[in-house]
Design a protein around this ligand. Structure first.
Ligand code: SF4
Ligand code: SF4
Length: 75
């Protein structure tokens, strides 16, 4: 998924912007924003945010795990 920034929580520290690998984050009115269509969905911004202002879930991985579980159960 594309991460979602909680604009009420974000304090504009810009740590996520420094760590975003493709550099698709910036500050608008002192809040972090993401250029969604260029985001690589790596989740690093959520990992490095010190106050949990970025909501991100690894849905791809959970889907793969769920599919693997279903496959293993069938055998
Ligand atoms: S998920 Fe990765 S690519 Fe997307 S905004 Fe966060 S750090 Fe940048
Ligand atoms: S690291 Fe968190 S608090 Fe800092 S700018 Fe990014 S989203 Fe906002």
């Amino acid at each position: 998924m594309i991460p979602v920034i909680d604009a009420f929580k974000c304090n504009g520290c810009a740590i996520c912007i420094k760590f975003c690998p493709p550099k698709v984050m910036g500050l608008v009115k002192k809040k972090a924003v993401i250029i969604n269509r260029m985001c690589e969905e790596c989740g690093i911004c959520a990992d490095v945010c010190p106050i949990d202002a970025v909501d991100f879930e690894l849905e791809h991985y959970s889907t793969v795990e769920a599919n693997t579980d279903a496959y293993v159960k069938k055998r």
